[in-house]
Design a protein around this ligand. Structure first.
Ligand code: ADP
Length: 510
């Protein structure tokens, strides 16, 4: 130490000759001068300054100032050190905490980074004699950190521009370490970092996705999802919205241990709906082509059946004439023959008018009593399997329609038959048919006490070939719509709030 001390020019030190210096100062000086790291000793109220060689590049001073009173050291680092020194002189040990950036030369632009720790030296009575300041240069670490942070930022910027969504979670709680902009847009919220997956997007838990995250985390196996429905609340207080996503839960390993998960994916909702629309269009085309094929079959049938039906009718009339010798009969056989004749006639008419409508777009109009037409059709519809079903009516008196009576009865038959089938299992099966006047129109309502139309069936109810019945053809409602619309009317279905369905249609009033 003596050499080091002599090396400096201390003769002019305000402390006087070295031999007279207090032992505590000599000990502190020994610590400072013997240390490999940068240390500064400031002694006494005049702040006599000593520092070791390691300080030279930091302080931009030379040794000849050692032993002089503060403030000859006017290095750029002093303003940073000074508050710590003053606090330590006042009796507190001070730490600077994180690295601070300081210009290496006063007024210069070359910045160095340091951590500073200032410790007070006290006598036995606790009086502060001086301070030792440790200056630890951290420029290399800070610069490395800055490079890493810049790289990190660059990656984040890149990830933020990516069209795919990316989320990085850590630990078994799936704490979000990173979520890119695409993910924030998808879930309609930001500030996700630091939250657990469940806190960030609570609606995911109810849909089982947190359990699936756990499964990937615990098994170390990635999980892939395609066109998976995820319901998200994209507005703070809004409904859940369906999104369709392709994504993967990819476990992240540190050695052999899973430490987190990477979630990468993309929103394919638009493609999903486009595919659904294309599929609906394909189905519609398919049905249309079946319908036109059916039209051809119906025309052929009409053509082929007309003759035998006319023959049946003629034979029935002939048999009755023979049976009764030309008189009107009243026996059971006569009544049966009469019914055969009437129904054959009716079947022929139904087919002929259907053909006129589908082939030539011809619509007949006649004025008829709606109540009478409804009663006839209802009795016919109920006969056979549905006799257990009660019928009730609520008619507007004297309602007369202007339409094709036979075809309107065809619609009624379809609706009443469906209504009877829908409620025949009910405890008290009942179908009520009501009419009402609405300006130029008459409205017919057929209500049942069945289960109502299912939600899935409602949008395509009047499309052909859609049926929920085993063996059903799904043509009745489609034909009914064609008939009603050809008369200028409208047909629709509703579910009754108390259960059961109502099928309604309108006809022009006479
Ligand atoms: P089908 O009777 O051959 O199934 P429809 O075109 O008459 O053909 O009916 C199509 C579908 O509409 C039925 O399969 C049924 O699902 C539904 N539907 C019709 N009427 C009713 C009703 N009154 N109550 C509930 N569902 C009905």
């Amino acid at each position: 130490m003596a050499d080091a001390v002599r090396r400096a020019d201390w003769d002019s030190s305000p402390l006087g000759p070295l031999e007279t210096w207090p032992p505590s100062l000599r000990t502190a000086l020994g610590i400072v001068l013997g240390a490999a790291s940068a240390k500064i000793l400031l002694w006494g109220p005049d702040l006599i300054t000593f520092y070791n060689d390691a300080c030279l590049p930091l302080l931009d001073r030379s040794n000849h100032e050692i032993g002089k009173s503060y403030p000859p050291c006017k290095s750029a680092v002093w303003p940073t050190i000074r508050p710590h020194v003053e606090a330590a002189m006042a009796g507190r040990q001070q730490f600077s905490g994180p690295s601070v950036g300081v210009a290496r030369k006063a007024g210069g632009d070359q910045i160095g980074y340091f951590t500073i720790c200032c410790t007070s030296i006290c006598d036995d009575d606790g009086n502060v004699l001086g301070t030792i300041t440790d200056i630890h240069e951290t420029t290399a670490q800070v610069q490395l950190r800055e490079v890493l942070e810049a790289e990190n930022r660059r990656f984040r910027e890149l990830f933020d521009q990516a069209p795919v969504f990316l989320v990085l979670t850590s630990g078994p709680d799936f704490q979000l370490e990173y979520a890119n902009k695409a993910y924030e847009r998808l879930v309609g919220r930001g500030s996700l970092i630091g939250k657990t997956a469940e806190e960030a997007v609570p609606e995911l838990a109810k849909q089982g996705f947190i359990d699936l995250l756990r499964q990937a985390y615990e098994s170390g196996q990635p999980l892939n999802f395609r066109d998976s429905l995820v319901e998200l609340r994209t507005q703070p207080i809004g409904p859940l919205e369906p999104r369709f996503l392709d994504f993967v839960y990819q476990p992240i390993f540190n050695g052999t241990e899973v430490t987190g998960l990477l979630v990468v994916g993309q929103d394919v909702t638009e493609q999903h709906f486009a595919e659904e629309r294309a599929q609906a269009l394909r189905d519609q085309l398919h049905r249309a082509s079946r319908l036109s094929a059916m039209g051809t079959v119906a025309s052929t049938l009409a053509h082929e059946l007309n003759q035998p039906l006319t023959a049946i009718q003629n034979y029935a009339v002939g048999s009755r004439t023979m049976l009764n010798g030309g008189e009107e009969g009243s026996g059971m056989l006569d009544n049966a023959l009469k019914a055969i004749g009437e129904n054959a006639l009716r079947a022929g008419e139904v087919i002929r008018r259907l053909r006129d409508m589908t082939e030539r777009g011809m619509v007949r109009k006649e004025v008829f009593d709606l109540e009478e037409a409804i009663r006839e059709a209802a009795e016919l519809a109920r006969s056979g399997d549905c006799e257990r079903v009660g019928l009730s009516y609520d008619f507007t008196p004297g309602a007369r329609a202007s339409a094709d009576r036979i075809q309107v009865q065809q619609v009624l038959l379809n609706l009443i038959r469906n209504a009877c089938e829908a409620c025949e299992q009910a405890e008290r099966p009942e179908v009520c048919i009501a009419t009402a006047q609405r300006n130029e129109w008459l409205e017919v309502r057929v209500r049942d006490v069945g289960e109502g139309v299912s939600r899935e069936a409602l949008p395509t109810l009047f499309e052909p070939f859609i049926s929920t019945k085993p063996g059903g053809m799904g043509l009745g409602l489609s034909i009914s719509r064609t008939i009603v619309e050809s008369q200028g009317g409208r047909i629709w279905a509703e579910n009754e709030p108390g259960g059961g369905a109502v099928f309604c249609f309108t006809l022009p009033k006479a």
